[in-house]
Write a protein that binds this ligand. Structure first.
Ligand SMILES: [Ca+2]
Length: 321
């Protein structure tokens, strides 16, 4: 009996040791499987510092700035954003698609619509301000509009040869009647606007990537910031920063720096999982607005539910010091 009990005791002890080892390794396995590395190692401070670092690509001198978000503004996720710009402290957004195109005056503090004008029969594209008027492009409708920013009424309709994509100012002091516009290619055209709103091309540049020496096609929404042109590239999450005065042979201009907005797009993909209109193919980065008075930069995209305030890359900030 004693022998039997002793045997049982040993047996139980064996089972107990085995269970202990089994549970220990099971816990170890669970910890390994569910360990949240991002949670533990993501130090907001170091991430922030990293975002500020300009990292040069291995085989080129073109610096890449990672977008550093310093604020967020709600945005109507139904808007297929094509143009984004400030007039003073007032924010404007143009939206595309036939049947849905419109021009919006947006409250720059809340992101809500103050006023809007439907342009349903057109496919509206980029817009900008020049001498108190909004200049708005259409994609393939062969017209551009001159619009009163207060009433959003069309004052003039002018012809547009080719496609219209993005448009921005071209003069630092905004005193010369000059505008840059894009047409989906790697070429930007500098247009002089006359008093009757006719315009004539006085210069053109072709933007290329110094890395592969190839033209950067699909230059889209534009913004003129401290003498540089910011152009987002359609279907990418990158913004090219271009110095329009750095013109080389045959009008070629290298990308001076890249602003990498990939993280913003990833956040939008995540936040719009249940947005029935969302399509990662078309809901891309498209919209750069610079508030010159407050020195604030906002970027957004088609069907995005937010507009992101970004810190301006040092490279661009320092240029005006
Ligand atoms: Ca813009």
């Amino acid at each position: 009996m004693l022998k039997k009990n002793n045997h049982n005791y040993k047996h139980l002890k064996k089972i107990s040791s085995f269970s202990f080892i089994f549970i220990f390794y099971l816990q170890l396995l669970m910890a390994f499987l569910f360990f949240d590395y991002k949670q533990v190692f993501a130090d907001p401070k170091s991430t922030s510092v990293l975002n500020q670092i300009v990292t040069a690509q291995k085989d080129t001198e073109t610096p890449v700035f990672k977008a550093k978000v310093i604020g967020k503004l709600p945005k109507d996720a139904r808007h297929f954003t094509q143009g984004y710009f400030f007039i003073g402290n007032k924010l404007y957004e143009s939206t595309g698609l036939k049947g849905e195109s419109a021009l919006y005056h947006i409250n720059a503090k809340t992101g809500t619509t103050v006023e809007y004008r439907c342009l349903r029969e057109y496919f509206a594209e980029g817009g900008t301000e020049l001498n108190g008027h909004i200049h708005l492009l259409t994609w393939q409708d062969k017209v551009r509009f001159i619009i009163d920013p207060k009433t959003l009424k069309i004052i003039e309709t002018k012809p547009l040869s080719g496609e219209g994509w993005g448009i921005c100012n071209a003069d630092l002091d905004n005193t010369k009647p000059l505008l840059w516009y894009s047409d989906g290619s790697a070429t930007l055209r500098l247009m002089k606007v006359h008093k009757n709103f006719d315009w004539e091309q006085i210069k053109q540049i072709t933007v290329y990537d110094p890395k592969d020496k190839k033209p950067v096609d699909c230059l889209n929404e534009l913004e003129f910031i401290n003498g540089y042109i910011f152009a987002n590239i359609w279907k990418s999450n990158k913004i090219a920063i271009i110095d329009p005065n750095n013109v080389g042979k045959d009008g070629f201009v290298p990308v001076m720096a890249w602003l990498d907005c990939q993280d913003l797009f990833k956040e939008q993909c995540n936040e719009n999982k249940h947005n029935m209109y969302w399509n990662a193919e078309s809901s891309v980065l498209n919209g750069i607005a610079w508030n010159k008075e407050k020195q604030k930069l906002f970027v957004t995209g088609k069907l995005w539910n937010k507009s992101y305030e970004l810190s301006l890359p040092n490279l661009v900030l320092e240029s005006v010091q």
